[in-house]
Design a protein around this ligand. Structure first.
Ligand code: ADP
Ligand code: ZN
Length: 290
C-alpha cells in the first residue's frame, strides 16, 4: 500500500498527515507555527520515517504556481513574518526526496470536498472559507483553476451594504469581500468577536448581504453547480438562511435553474469536519503519481 503525506499550512497551525490511496487519514499532528526554520524542521521530522510516496501541500498564499517561473513553488509576498520568498515546495522535495505538489489552502480544501465531501460528483464547484481571511477555491470543468497566479476571490470588490458605515479592513482594497466580511472585519466593525454577537440581528443582516453579493458574482461568472462554505464565521447558524434568501433576491429571477430552486442543497456547508484541507493535500499528493 502506498502512503501519501499532506500538509495544511496556515498562519497559526501546520497540520500534517499521512494517508492511504483512498485519501483516508491514518495519522496526523498539529504543529504550532513558531519561527519559520523551527516549524519546518518539526514538519520534516514528522514525515522523515513515514515512507511517503509523495507530499501534497495546501498552503496560505500568495504562491507562485507557474511551472515556468524561477520562483515556482515559493510562498511569495505574504505579510506573515519570515515566510516571504520561502521555497516551500523545494525544501520538502530536497529533504524528503519525494515529489511535492503545492496548491493554495483553499484549492486543497476544495479538492478534498470535491473528491470526498459536499462537492463529490460535480465538475463545477466553488469553495469559500470565511474566517480570519476569506479565500475561494474554484473547480471549473473538472479542473482546479490557477490562471496567471491563482484566483484571489476573497478580494473581489463589493458595494457597501445599506446602513454599513464600516471602512473596510483590507490594507489593499478596503471594500473587498475580505475587508468587509472576514472574522476580523466583523470584530473591528462591532468591537466584539462574531462568536459573541449571535443575538445581534443587524450584524448578520450586513454580513449575509456581503456574502450573498460575493456568491452572486461567483454564480454569474463561474456558474457553479455547488457552492460550499466553510471557515469559522460560517459556524454562525443564523447566517445560512439569510445568505440563501439574499442570494436569490439579488439574482432576482434573472436565472432560473434546478440548483437555484433547491437552494438549501446548492449553498451548503463544508462536510469533512475541518479535515478538507488535509484530505485535499492527500489528493494533491496522489496527482504526483500517475
Ligand atoms: P482561520 O481562518 O484562522 O483558519 P477560522 O476559520 O476558525 O480560522 O476563523 C476564525 C474567525 O472566525 C475568527 O475571526 C472568529 O472570530 C470567527 N468565528 C469563529 N466562530 C464564529 C462564530 N460562531 N460566529 C462568528 N464568527 C466566528
Ligand atoms: Zn482586499
Amino acid at each position: 500500500m502506498r502512503l501519501y503525506g499532506s500538509i495544511e499550512a496556515g498562519g497559526t497551525w501546520m497540520k500534517c498527515a499521512i494517508g492511504d490511496e483512498n485519501a483516508s487519514i491514518i495519522d496526523s499532528v498539529v504543529i504550532p507555527v513558531t519561527k519559520k526554520d523551527e516549524t519546518i524542521e518539526k514538519m520534516l521530522e514528522y514525515f522523515e520515517d513515514k515512507d511517503i510516496t509523495a507530499l501534497g501541500i495546501a498552503c496560505f498564499g500568495p504562491l507562485d504556481l507557474n511551472p515556468d517561473s524561477e520562483t515556482y513553488g515559493y510562498i511569495t509576498k505574504t505579510p506573515k513574518i519570515g515566510w516571504e520568498n520561502v521555497n516551500i515546495k523545494g525544501i520538502f522535495e530536497d529533504k524528503l526526496k519525494v515529489p511535492v505538489v503545492l496548491d493554495t489552502d483553499v484549492n486543497g480544501a476544495l479538492l478534498g470536498e470535491v473528491m470526498h465531501g459536499a462537492g463529490k460528483g460535480y465538475k463545477d464547484v466553488v469553495y469559500i472559507t470565511i474566517g480570519t481571511g476569506i479565500g475561494a477555491g474554484i473547480y471549473s470543468g473538472g479542473n482546479l483553476v490557477h490562471g496567471m497566479l491563482h484566483p484571489e476571490a476573497g478580494h473581489i470588490i463589493l458595494k457597501s451594504a445599506r446602513g454599513d458605515h464600516y471602512k473596510g479592513k483590507c490594507p489593499f482594497h478596503k471594500y473587498c469581500f475580505e475587508g468587509l466580511a472576514s472574522g476580523p472585519a466583523i470584530e473591528d466593525r462591532w468591537g466584539q468577536k462574531g462568536e459573541t454577537l449571535s443575538d445581534k440581528e443587524e450584524v448578520w443582516e450586513i454580513e449575509s448581504e456581503y456574502i450573498a453579493q460575493a456568491l452572486v458574482n461567483y454564480i454569474m461568472i463561474l456558474s457553479p453547480k455547488k457552492i460550499i462554505l466553510g471557515g469559522g464565521v460560517m459556524n454562525q447558524e443564523v447566517l445560512w438562511p439569510l445568505i440563501r434568501e439574499k442570494t436569490l433576491e439579488m439574482i432576482n429571477g434573472y436565472i432560473d435553474t434546478k440548483e437555484l430552486r433547491d437552494i438549501d442543497n446548492y449553498i451548503v456547508p463544508a462536510s469533512l469536519g475541518g479535515n478538507q484541507g488535509l484530505v485535499g493535500g492527500l489528493e494533491l499528493a496522489k496527482t504526483a503519481i500517475v
